[in-house]
Design a protein around this ligand. Structure first.
Ligand code: FES
Length: 118
């Protein structure tokens, strides 16, 4: 399969998610994954409000109830399935989705990952 393998689905904490950082400086790119059962959703790790990462503590992308993605800085809440912001300073905006593929052996892959991602 082409693209970049990110992790196995079992490595994604269902209570929090999993973040990835690629590159450095102006090439730096952050994404994160959240998991609901056997479904995985991926987004750029940038709040539409200020563009800062959503997690204050690494891999903590969900609210305490596990029902929504949360921006730790100002508390904006986003739908897990589509990244739509339902409350907070960026209500009505959306996270930028990352299209993912789940392979039969449990690997989560980013098919459209930039070729020069390191
Ligand atoms: S930076 Fe995310 S809600 Fe303000």
């Amino acid at each position: 399969m082409s693209g970049r393998r990110l992790c196995r689905i079992a490595e994604i904490d269902e209570d929090g998610g999993k973040g990835f950082v690629f590159g450095e400086g102006t090439d730096r790119r952050e994404i994160f994954l959240v998991r609901v059962g056997n479904r995985v959703y991926g987004y750029e790790n940038a709040c539409p409000h200020l563009g800062s990462p959503l997690d204050f503590h690494p891999d903590r992308f969900l609210n305490a109830e596990g029902t929504h993605i949360i921006c730790a800085t100002h508390g904006a809440l986003f739908e897990i399935a589509d990244g739509y912001c339902i409350s907070g300073p960026c209500a009505g905006d959306s996270l930028t989705p990352i299209a993912l593929a789940l392979e039969d052996d449990g690997w989560v892959t980013w098919p459209d990952a930039p070729a020069d991602l390191s």
